[in-house]
Design a binder for this molecule. Structure first.
Ligand SMILES: C[S@@+](CC[C@H](N)C(=O)[O-])C[C@H]1O[C@@H](n2cnc3c(N)ncnc32)[C@H](O)[C@@H]1O
Length: 289
């Protein structure tokens, strides 16, 4: 199906409105490739006809299909390695201190004492990688009375398709081989006929929810750690700023924000200080900001 310049403009602006993705001039092929099957399914002969249909009376299910088709959900377990080393060696011990301190202060309050968020979690590998490290930390620090229940992990994404895969916790061979050692594969996964299924001990540590980051989201509450990796790259500066400002408001004073390797907050806000741990940049709130 041909995609004229006008159709490209209409669809790219529609996509920006529903999920914030900023599709650049040279990426018309993305819209053509990813939306053509949907347009054909909807019985449309041209993209203009498709646009008329979706912009006027598309049911929410249809919008969901467009979001599922247009988002890029590339991910892997322990993606890039170093952010998870920084989390394990540097962030987790600090979280344990916070847990002990909050337990002493609010000893009658039940539930997690620290909260982590994987924002733009795709099919769950990032959140499950954090859960595995937390489980191992709790196991090794039983004497400190730190348990998995002290950690609440929320994972969110806009795409219903990746979220249902994440909730199932089932991965094919190529997916488990990307980032997991064979030791981790046997320890934390059950091998089925088609899929490797994450064990329920780890699966139940993560709560998944559908959240669109271009809509207000501070009602999700406060967090001590926010991983939002390889998500902001898809947005324009205005959208990035709105998201980062809300992260600032939601992070606890000692909280840490981790972005992807090619992302940073420079030129967006000066409300964060950054600290290097190995190759990882950890952003903390600048408290006099
Ligand atoms: C490339 S993946 C990154 C996954 C993971 N964070 C990582 O680094 O491996 C980007 C994810 O952001 C999600 N995303 C895109 N736009 C979004 C939005 N407006 N709100 C929430 N999630 C969004 C996509 O659905 C996709 O799963």
């Amino acid at each position: 199906m041909e995609l004229s310049d006008r159709e490209f403009e209409l669809l790219r602006s529609y996509i920006h409105d529903i999920c914030g993705l900023a599709i650049s001039e040279n990426k018309a092929y993305l819209i053509r490739q990813r939306l053509e099957p949907l347009a054909a399914d909807a019985g449309c002969k041209t993209f203009e006809e498709f646009y008329e249909k979706i912009s006027k009376s598309a049911p929410p299910k249809f919008q969901e299909k467009i979001i599922n088709a247009i988002t890029t959900n590339e991910t892997s377990f322990f993606r890039d390695g170093h952010p998870f080393v920084a989390f394990k060696e540097h962030v987790l011990p600090k979280l344990a201190e916070i847990i002990r301190e909050r337990k002493a202060r609010m000893h009658t309050r039940k539930g997690p004492k620290v909260r982590l968020w994987s924002a733009g979690s795709s099919s769950g590998q990032e959140a499950y990688s954090l859960a595995i490290l937390i489980h191992e930390y709790a196991l090794a620090h039983k004497h400190l009375l730190i348990t998995e229940e002290d950690f609440g992990i929320l994972a969110t994404d806009i795409s219903s398709e990746v979220l249902s895969r994440a909730m199932a916790g089932e991965y094919n061979k190529a997916e488990v081989k990307r980032g997991l050692t064979s030791d981790y594969m046997t320890k934390y996964f059950k091998k089925g006929q088609k899929y490797w299924c994450i064990i329920s001990l780890i699966r139940t540590m993560v709560e998944f929810r559908q959240v669109n980051l271009i809509r207000p989201f501070t009602m999700l509450g406060g967090f001590d750690v926010i991983f939002c990796r390889n998500v902001l790259i898809y947005f324009d500066n205005e959208t990035k700023t709105r998201i980062i400002e809300q992260f600032f408001d939601m992070l606890s004073d000692n909280g840490v924000l981790v972005l992807g390797a090619t992302e940073n907050v420079y030129g967006i806000t000066d409300r964060f200080d950054s600290e290097n741990y190995g190759q990882t940049l950890l952003y903390r709130k600048c408290l006099d900001a």
